[in-house]
Structure formats: structure tokens, C-alpha cells
Design a protein around this ligand. Structure first.
Ligand code: NDP
Ligand code: 2IT
Length: 448
């Protein structure tokens, strides 16, 4: 699998030290193997132990979050923040609240974030955090109590020029509001220490839409360059029905596609006439319900109990926007057999490595997560700019900048892949393009 003794040694060492961290090792392996062509040309990386330093987080914080639920009972959760790499800017990355969250998930997301943030071309380093807290079924008051308890510990580790968290699975506008409220209360400061804030208190217009819109801008450009094609007239399936999925659906539809299926962790809905997004938004954004309820409003649609079944629906474009490892080799084979032309990732690491390789081998336009979903964090970077300057840009201004950034990320990724001899290998292209800047900064900053 490895071409170089150096990369093999770094990975094996990581495996020894993190034996139980499946997702972290998966992300690290994917990245390290794809960096080999670059490593071969740059002996200074081995001389300066850059890869050893790159895979080791600068700091990893784990903390207790104790809070009181609506029955007066004390609950104890575990909180995390990984401050992975600050060589090109303050740590930046989301917070995930989901029962599956553990050190492995936080570290895989943090490592991915370092390269993603580099690709945005903004000066932001990489971090990630979260908790095993499950927001499902909690009252609004319980969400607030948890967020306040979480921030009462986290505040000492973050800052507008140090580490700037945002949302991810289970953390949206409501949670960011409570987290930011608590930060302000403790620190007595109004600064851009979190992004994804509400518009009345320093949020950026278009941040809510940014990841999904950005994913579609990336995909549209990739289709244009690699297949002389576009979203127009295409059948699309989108997994998930959260923040990323909803705005991917909106933009894909605006660009002329028909989205026929969306999912949640229980199942998926298929609507041959095209998903009515206002119904999904009402279920998910307003009532925080289950996607199953879609068929009550749209009786011509069907509901299916297994969310993974969504990949069996014939489509031209698939946008996985739910979670890691939701699309495996078997799913990839079915998609290719059904004639898929593009698979671009809104979620982080939704495709297993063998699924991603299958897409590349079969000349599918493949948009790896760290490139295709970078629009969210890029717009967070734009929110930080607006907060520092104490002003706010219009929706259109932010959207134009987001689109430029996504088109630039596509070309940077694609040109790197072309330079390495395989235009479809955007996985290698994205990893090397992101790593180049980080490694140059690490070399210039000296040993730490
Ligand atoms: P949300 O919490 O808004 O939505 C998550 C969605 O994914 C929900 O529909 C959820 O269903 C679904 N989901 C979660 N686990 C599974 C599963 N095992 N199978 C099927 N569906 C599942 O999160 P986001 O939309 O913000 O995040 C989605 C993905 O996008 C994540 O991978 C995240 O890391 C990534 N991302 C997010 C960015 C952002 O700005 N928010 C930026 C870049 C990437 P259910 O309600 O049943 O749990
Ligand atoms: O995975 C991601 O890029 C995010 N969850 C967004 C991070 C951010 O800081 O906006």
C-alpha cells in the first residue's frame, strides 16, 4: 500500500498509539497515502519530521459536562476540543453533539479540518470539538442548560484569535446562540469567538446556506470542467435532511436539477416528482421531527425504513450529506451501475476509502469532503472578517465570495490531480493541495 518507508513508519506509529481509534486511523491513512507523491519530492519533510508533527494534534482537551435535566436529575456528559494545527491561523472547526462522539471521531474531523481550512485559502487553522450529548428528545430548556454547562468549561480554551468553534451535527443556530450567550456572560466580551451566530448578534448572512450552496457550486464547476455538463435536468439524491442536505437541495433545485430522495438516520423518502423542500424544512427546521412525516403531507411519495437504501435509487448525481461511512463499496458499485456521473460529499468522510477509490477508477466526478464541503467553514472565515471589522456584508456579497472560493478550491484540487497524471483523482489532489500550504508554514515556523 505504501510507496515510501517514511509514510509507512509514520502510519504504523500512529496505529500503535491510537489502536482503538478506527475513524481517526481511517482518515489518517487516506491522507498519508495520498501525500506520498508530494513527500517523495520533498525530502525536507522527513528531515524536519513534518508528517509526525502534522498527525499529532497540538492540543487535545477532554472535560466533564454536568448539567441538570427537566426532572431535576444531574446528567454527566463528556466534552472535547481538539486544537489540531494553528500554523496558518487560529484553530477553526465545528462542534458535534451526537451520542456517537468520542476521541476518534473528534480527531478524524480535526485532521480533515486542517486540510479543508487550508484549501479555503483563508488564514484559518484546524480544530474540532463536541460531546456525546444527544439533543434528540431534549426540551429547549435542557438544550440551553447543556450548552451553558459545556461553554462554562470550553470558554477558557477558545478566543477570537485562538480557536473559533462553529456548528456541526446536532449544533445549529439555536445551540450557537446559547453557547455564545454563555461565553459573553463569562468573558464580558462581544467578539467573533463562535461562527454561525444569529444575524442580530454578529452572524453572517448566508452562513446557514453556505455548506449546501458551496457543495453545489463545487459540483457545478466540476461537472462543467470534467464532463462539459451541469445540474440542469439531472436526477439527484441527497442523504441526510439537516443543515447541509437542506441547502444542497435548495441550490441543486435552483440550478435545474430534480432532487428525488432525502433521508434521516431512520429511513428515506422517495418523491419521484421532486422533493418539496418547504415540507422538509417544516419537519426538520421548525418541528424537529422525523422525515417519515413527509408522506403525510405528500401522499404520492414513499417512505422506506432503511436509510442506506437511498443509494439504490437510480440517479445522475449523489450528494451524501449525513455522516461518516454512510456510503460503502457496495453502495458505490450500485451507484456506478445505475449510471451516476458525480458524487460530491457534503458530509465529512461519508464514503469509505474503497468506495472513493471505486468512483475515481470509474471516472465519476468525485468531490472529496474536504474540498466539496469547505463552503461552510469558508463562510465562517468570512463571518470572522466581518466581526473583526465590526460590519456586515449583504447576502449577495457573501454568496459571491463563497462561489469564488468554491470555484477556486475545485480548480486547485483538479489542477493538482491533473499534474499528478490522473484528473479524476481529486482525493489526492485535495490532500496535496491542502497539505502544501500547511507544511510550508510548519517548516517556516520552526520546531514545535
Ligand atoms: P445536522 O445535525 O443538521 O443534520 C444531520 C443529518 O444527518 C440529519 O438528517 C441526521 O438524521 C442525518 N444523520 C446523522 N447520522 C445519520 C446516519 N447514521 N444515517 C443517516 N442519516 C444520518 O448536521 P449537518 O447537516 O450540519 O451535518 C451533516 C454532515 O455535514 C456532517 O458530516 C458534518 O460533519 C458535515 N458538515 C457540516 C457543515 C456545517 O456547516 N454544518 C460543514 C461541513 C461539513 P437524524 O436527524 O436522524 O439524526
Ligand atoms: O466540518 C465543517 O467544516 C464544519 N462543521 C464547519 C466548521 C466551521 O467552523 O464553520
Amino acid at each position: 500500500m505504501f510507496q515510501t518507508e517514511y509514510v509507512k513508519r509514520v502510519y504504523e506509529d500512529l496505529q500503535r498509539k491510537n489502536a482503538n481509534e478506527k475513524e481517526f486511523l481511517q482518515a489518517a491513512l487516506e491522507i498519508l497515502v495520498s501525500l506520498e507523491p508530494y513527500v517523495l519530492k520533498h525530502p525536507e519533510l522527513e528531515q524536519n519530521k513534518i508528517l509526525e508533527r502534522f498527525v499529532e494534534p497540538e492540543r487535545f482537551v477532554q472535560f466533564r459536562v454536568a448539567w441538570v435535566d427537566d426532572h431535576g436529575e444531574i446528567q454527566v456528559n463528556r466534552g472535547y476540543r481538539v486544537q489540531y494545527n494553528s500554523s496558518i491561523g487560529p484553530y477553526k472547526g465545528g462542534l458535534r453533539f451526537h451520542p456517537s462522539v468520542n476521541a476518534s471521531i473528534i480527531k478524524f474531523l480535526g485532521l480533515e479540518q486542517v486540510l479543508k481550512n487550508s484549501l479555503t485559502s483563508l488564514p484559518i487553522g484546524g480544530g474540532k470539538g463536541g460531546s456525546d450529548f444527544d439533543p434528540k428528545g431534549k426540551s429547549d430548556h435542557e438544550i440551553m442548560s447543556f450548552c451553558q454547562a459545556f461553554m462554562t468549561e470550553l470558554y477558557r480554551h477558545i478566543g477570537e484569535d485562538t480557536d473559533v468553534p462553529a456548528g456541526d451535527i446536532g449544533v445549529g443556530g439555536r445551540e450557537i446562540g446559547y453557547l455564545y450567550g454563555q461565553y459573553k456572560r463569562i468573558q464580558n466580551k462581544t467578539v467573533g469567538v463562535l461562527t454561525g451566530k444569529g444575524i442580530p448578534f454578529g452572524g453572517s448572512l448566508a452562513r446557514t446556506e453556505a455548506t449546501g450552496y458551496g457543495l453545489c457550486y463545487f459540483t457545478e464547476e466540476a461537472l462543467k470542467v470534467m464532463k462539459k455538463d451541469s445540474f440542469k435536468g439531472k436526477t439527484v439524491i441527497i442523504s441526510g435532511s439537516g443543515n447541509v442536505a437542506i441547502y444542497a437541495c435548495k441550490k441543486a433545485t435552483e440550478l435545474g436539477a430534480k432532487v428525488v430522495a432525502m433521508s434521516d438516520s431512520n429511513g428515506y423518502v422517495y418523491d419521484k416528482d421532486g422533493i418539496k423542500l418547504e415540507v422538509i424544512q417544516d419537519i426538520k427546521e421548525v418541528r424537529r421531527g422525523r422525515i417519515k412525516e413527509y408522506i403525510e403531507k405528500v401522499p404520492t411519495a414513499t417512505y422506506h425504513d432503511n436509510s442506506k437504501g437511498i443509494w439504490k435509487i437510480p440517479c445522475d448525481i449523489a450528494l451524501p450529506c449525513a455522516t461518516q461511512n454512510e456510503l460503502d463499496l457496495e453502495d458505490a458499485k450500485v451507484l456506478v451501475q445505475n449510471g451516476v456521473i458525480a458524487v460530491c460529499e457534503g458530509a465529512n468522510m461519508p464514503s469509505t476509502l474503497d468506495a472513493a477509490k471505486y468512483f475515481i477508477e470509474h471516472k465519476v466526478v468525485y468531490g472529496p469532503a474536504k474540498a466539496a464541503n469547505a463552503g461552510g467553514v469558508a463562510t465562517s472565515g468570512l463571518e470572522m472578517c466581518q466581526n473583526s471589522a465590526r460590519l456586515s456584508w449583504s447576502f449577495e456579497e457573501v454568496d459571491v465570495k463563497l462561489k469564488d472560493i468554491m470555484i477556486n478550491i475545485f480548480h486547485n484540487t483538479y489542477n493538482t490531480a491533473v499534474g499528478l497524471g490522473n484528473p479524476y483523482d481529486t482525493l489526492t489532489g485535495a490532500n496535496i493541495a491542502g497539505f502544501e500550504k500547511v507544511s510550508k508554514a510548519m517548516l517556516a515556523l520552526g520546531v514545535y
